[in-house]
Design a protein around this ligand. Structure first.
Ligand SMILES: *Cc1c(COP(=O)(O)O)cnc(C)c1O
Length: 346
């Protein structure tokens, strides 16, 4: 079949990386116990426990919306509220699923700079109201890497979770691009998860090169109580679970997840460096993960689209997002840069 050209719309445009494919292929044969009682699921869970160097509880879901929504629902009651950034995926791109699965928990938005919440914004949000008429804050949700491609440092995370815990909030991390953040931070993953106060991580598999699937990792195991029932009720318990779990094994076994994420980050940096020299466009945020955001005059955006490029308008009318994936080729970045030059030099 004709293979369409690589695009920068999203990292979920990319295919399956070789390591994930190889373990999926290996899992294809024979019979295995259903509903997660198979060897692939236990191996994938053990690998996650090895990577995080702790005895965490692991569940696999089909997508990120389910992972986030079910994880958040397990951290609060319906009369609670969840604090998150105003650009958080759970707020802007999940069709109300976090509220739905928690039976009405309200999402409260915190001010955001370059995708990040600042630790000083938590206390005023929690103390603003303490009466019975207001939904009680119970969760802080952070996205790592953020929706605008920045990465919280270990110190920033510690500052945020310390304040959250001080006010009795549980900390959820939307890690749809956790691998990209991990490659950037270059530290043992425990340092920017449970050691830094994260209670539950939704570790994104899809965007890092798996066919499908996310892992919900409970570092505070008591929060995982009855989580399996939530997954089942929400239609997220795969009966042939081995096919959701097997790709994780290939991805995690020999560090492929970090290698692929580092490559995606490097491709974004190649694009970032090329665009910074271009006077006609303004790069919007520091490049810290696998995306580049550019303020593009509409005429330039249309000219690029007319040349076949796909990318999302992400921030306001003119803020466009260019996202790199595990398989983005340097030549694809260079072709895009060449087109940027020709459409801006007219
Ligand atoms: C892609 C993404 C998700 C998950 O999206 P699904 O389409 O539900 O898999 C969650 N959070 C962020 C920040 C994302 O970019």
């Amino acid at each position: 079949m004709h293979q369409p050209p690589q695009q920068f719309a999203s990292d979920n445009y990319a295919g399956i990386c070789p390591e994930a494919w190889a373990s999926l292929e290996a899992a294809r044969h024979g019979h295995a116990q259903a509903y997660g009682e198979d060897v692939w699921t236990s191996r994938a869970s053990d690998l996650l426990r090895e990577i995080f160097e702790t005895d965490c509880e692991v569940f696999f879901t089909f997508n990120g919306t389910a992972a986030n929504s079910l994880a958040l629902a397990s951290l609060c009651h319906s009369y609670h509220s969840i604090l998150c950034s105003q650009v958080a995926h759970v707020e802007t791109d999940e069709c109300g699923a976090p509220e739905f699965f928690s039976n009405g928990t309200k999402i409260l938005l915190l001010p955001t700079a370059a995708g990040k919440i600042h630790r000083e914004s938590i206390q005023p949000a929690v103390l603003r109201r303490s009466d019975i008429h207001f939904p009680k804050p119970r969760v802080l949700s952070l996205t790592q890497a953020t929706e605008t491609g920045t990465v919280y440092t270990v110190d920033e995370l510690r500052g945020l979770t310390e304040r959250a815990h001080r006010f009795g909030l549980n900390v959820h991390m939307d890690g749809a691009r956790f691998a990209n953040a991990a490659a950037t931070l270059g530290r043992p993953p425990r340092e920017f998860t449970w050691e830094a106060g994260v209670d539950v991580l939704c570790f994104g598999g899809t965007k890092m090169g798996l066919p499908v699937g996310e892992a919900v990792v409970f570092f505070r195991k008591s929060l995982a109580e009855e989580f399996a029932y939530r997954c089942k009720q929400a239609g997220q318990l795969a009966s042939k679970m081995r096919f959701l779990a097997a790709p994780w094994v290939g991805m995690l076994e020999n560090g492929a997840w970090l290698r692929h994420a580092a490559h995606a980050n490097a491709m974004a940096d190649r694009l970032y460096q090329g665009l910074r020299d271009l006077a006609a466009v303004q790069v919007l945020y520091p490049r810290e993960a696998n995306s580049v955001f550019v303020d593009l005059p509409p005429a330039i955006a249309s000219a690029l689209r007319a040349r076949g490029w796909r990318f999302y308008n992400f921030i306001g009318d003119s803020g466009c997002r260019f996202m790199c994936a595990w398989d983005t080729e340097p030549a694809t970045v260079d072709r895009l840069l060449a087109d940027f030059h020709s459409v801006t030099s007219g």
